[in-house]
Write a protein that binds this ligand. Structure first.
Ligand code: DAH
Length: 343
């Protein structure tokens, strides 16, 4: 009988259940009404020799069975609780009760709507551009600083010969070239999308943002047509009484070129961080399309002329909604986004 008990002691010491079912079978095997312990105690009743030592051994066996069962019971219960606490990444996410448009989409739509009212047709094109559409056809000279690595994210870059360079577009003005090369004038188009610049990220600048470019090409387009269009936009977007000014400027693809400012809506002209204490905020660039650009697109610049403009969406959105940090637009903070709960 001693040998039998010792066999069980050895077996129990080596027993390591890997789940609760194995532990339950173990428990049944030893502790059931007809289990090993019961049988051993019955047998013990009928023996006469070595009663003391055999009794002690059976009691020891009973004790290590209890210890084993309690030890593994605790482990399996804790594991089950942990499992309940664990996140199941395959389940659908928690749905925050916000289903509005992103503020950039919302402002983008507003601007496009305003120009659609003036019969500008909306066109879109690619974000990865070649040198011709992003720079050369737009009259950028081969040593223009924008071609530099500092300003542009190049995918393919050859310093000596820029003709085969590939880049993330630095402005949506590239779509102007694509459209003008593929279509016959007159045209009146608006284009929108993301643009990329190799800039340090701060409250005022980011390495990507959104632009809306417009262009109108026809016979006898005048600067007054451009001004009327811009004034209509300012009044519709910012309000009828918005004060604005036009400053002469330079872009390689327009001549003459103009930058348009509005009176800073955050400080109303007093001077603040947003307007760099000038009281004015730049909202767009525009001008009459340079003859070289039209010629580059095989448009007879003696017959046709036109105007173009480019608007920074984050910039006008920041001014209209008094947002002082451009990074908020791309951080996906629901506290910020949900303030635009407009569907
Ligand atoms: N492409 C210019 C920029 O990214 C903006 C711009 C200025 C666009 C004048 C135009 C324009 O179409 O006529 O800064």
């Amino acid at each position: 009988m001693i040998k039998k008990i010792e066999y069980h002691i050895k077996y129990i010491n080596n027993f390591k259940p890997s789940n609760i079912n194995e532990l339950n079978s173990f428990k049944n095997y030893y502790q059931n009404k007809k289990g090993v312990l019961k049988l051993l105690f019955n047998e013990f009743k009928n023996i006469n020799n070595d009663k003391k030592s055999i009794g002690e051994k059976i009691n020891y066996l009973k004790k290590i069975i209890d210890l084993k069962i309690n030890h593994y019971k605790n482990i399996f219960i804790n594991e089950k609780n942990d499992e309940k606490k664990r996140i199941d990444f395959t389940l659908p996410g928690y749905c925050y009760n916000w289903n509005g448009k992103h503020p950039i989409t919302y402002v983008n739509d507003q601007i496009i709507n305003i120009f659609n009212n003036l019969k500008f047709k909306t066109v879109e094109d690619r974000e990865i551009e070649n040198d011709w559409n992003n720079f050369s056809a737009l009259n950028f000279k081969s040593n223009h600083p924008a071609r530099d690595m500092q300003d542009t994210f190049f995918i393919k870059h050859n310093l000596e010969d820029h003709r085969n360079n590939i880049m993330l577009r630095t402005h949506t003005t590239s779509v102007q070239i694509r459209y003008m090369c593929d279509n016959k004038p007159p045209f009146k188009c608006i284009t929108f999308g993301k643009v990329y610049r190799n800039e340090n990220i701060s409250s005022r600048s980011h390495c990507f943002f959104h632009q809306i470019d417009g262009f109108y090409v026809n016979k006898k387009v005048s600067f007054i047509d451009l001004k009327d269009t811009i004034v209509y936009f300012i009044q519709q977007f910012f309000g009828r009484n918005t004060k604005f000014r036009m400053r002469s400027s330079y872009f390689p693809f327009t001549e003459p070129s103009v930058e348009v400012d509005i009176l800073c809506l955050l400080c109303l002209g007093k001077g603040c961080k947003i307007c760099k204490n000038t009281g004015w905020c730049e909202i767009l660039g525009c001008g009459l399309i340079d003859k070289n650009v039209l010629n580059n697109c095989n448009i007879d610049s003696n017959k046709y002329n036109g105007f173009a403009f480019g608007i920074g969406v984050e910039r006008v959105a920041s001014l209209k909604y008094k947002i002082n940090d451009i990074r908020l637009f791309s951080e996906n903070d629901l506290n910020f986004l949900s303030q635009f709960n407009i569907i």
